[in-house]
Design a protein around this ligand. Structure first.
Ligand code: MG
Length: 363
């Protein structure tokens, strides 16, 4: 390990600095540098910060592989930087594909997915030529609101949304799993990673989270990847690829005989409109998916701050997307234009959230 970025988690970062002695580390804000130095007084390496710090780490000449576990749009620029520097990139940052899929597409040969669904698809396609792929089946747990009625969803709270049945994840992605926008973003991610048109990428709601995703090949054979719902598997697969390493000890293995029942059902796009919005944005093109992503980040932040209701998340995204379509969709915006659209979408969401006529009700 030659470099580490850790956002604000100084406790964990200082432990890892002592263990790995990296040449450089990055934190999210300049105010965190002094307290970090206090925690690791003998550290001889460099400490950088912010978006610039991430860029510096991404093309650090000492590294061959960059693992991107950033959440949100902030992952796009350092991912591009690492790809341009010729590095192998293992990424769990779906926003890179959602906001800038056309920018990373030329570098696909350098990219391995860590997102569990895309890791599963990658494993199913190992050794298959691209022409063999017919359909992608992307599984979704259905989130905490899978069985809630539309009426119940009207009063869903932040605590309800953060209660994910199978996976332990950060707050933003957990809310995205509750709206099913996470699955919508993953459809767009799969479109870019595996080069399939949207009508051949299908979502299966699978509440057990045992089948991580799968593919149908042109000859009708269906392959699916199973495993315990634990991110150790996908991370290790990407790091070891093309080899396979033994799973470390405390990580649970899947008890196949213990699988009593695996259910699959289609997603309900009436209760979970974010899925429909993601497909619509994907078919419109890259400026629309960049807007979708930014509007979602802004709306989820407002929901987590208890300023809007759960059901307002999709309404705000839909209205913002409609305004973007009226302004004109662009198939291949450059990085500067993506940032401009990102800003515009966030501002539009916050403006809409304070207006009642759109049907959004502030608390
Ligand atoms: Mg996933």
């Amino acid at each position: 390990v030659v470099a580490l970025a850790a956002g604000e988690n100084l406790e964990r970062l200082s432990e890892q600095m002592l263990e790995f002695q990296p040449q450089c580390v990055s934190v999210s804000r300049p105010e965190l540098i002094a307290p970090l130095r206090q925690r690791v007084p003998g550290y001889a390496g460099e400490i950088v910060c912010g978006a610039e710090g991430l860029l510096a780490l991404a093309d650090s000449p000492a590294s061959q592989t960059v693992i991107v576990g950033l959440v949100g749009m902030i992952g796009l620029a350092p991912t591009l930087k690492a790809l341009e520097a010729g590095k192998k990139v293992l990424t769990a940052n779906k926003e890179t594909f959602v906001a800038g899929g056309h920018l990373v597409a030329p570098y696909l040969a350098q990219i391995l997915p860590i997102d569990s669904e895309h890791s599963a698809i990658h494993q199913c396609l190992k050794g298959e030529p691209p022409s063999a792929l017919q359909t992608i089946y992307l599984t979704a747990s259905g989130g905490p609101f899978r069985t809630w009625s539309a009426q119940q969803l009207e009063s869903a709270t932040v605590a309800d949304a953060l209660r994910h049945p199978n996976w332990v994840m950060g707050r933003k992605i957990t809310v995205d799993s509750a709206t099913l926008m996470n699955k919508g973003l993953e459809v767009i991610e799969a479109h870019w990673l595996f080069g399939l048109p949207y009508d051949r990428i299908r979502i299966l709601v699978h509440p057990q989270s045992i089948v991580h995703s799968g593919v149908e090949l042109v000859d009708g054979s269906v392959l699916m990847q199973l495993g315990a719902p634990d991110m150790h598997g996908p991370i290790q697969y990407a790091m070891a690829y093309p080899d396979r390493l033994e799973l470390p000890d405390p990580v649970s293995r899947l008890d196949v005989l213990g699988l009593s029942q695996l259910q699959f059902e289609p997603p309900d796009t009436a209760r979970f409109p974010c899925i429909r919005l993601a497909y619509e944005a994907g078919r419109l093109g890259s400026s629309a998916t960049a807007v979708l992503n930014a509007a979602d980040e802004a709306a989820v932040a407002l929901f987590l701050a208890e300023q809007i209701r759960f059901v307002d998340i999709a309404r705000l995204i839909e209205e913002t997307l409609a305004r973007h379509v009226a302004n004109g969709v662009q198939p291949a915006p450059d990085l500067a234009e993506i940032y401009r659209l990102d800003d515009w979408a966030r501002q539009t969401v916050s403006a809409l959230a304070t207006q009642s006529p759109s049907g959004v009700h502030p608390r």
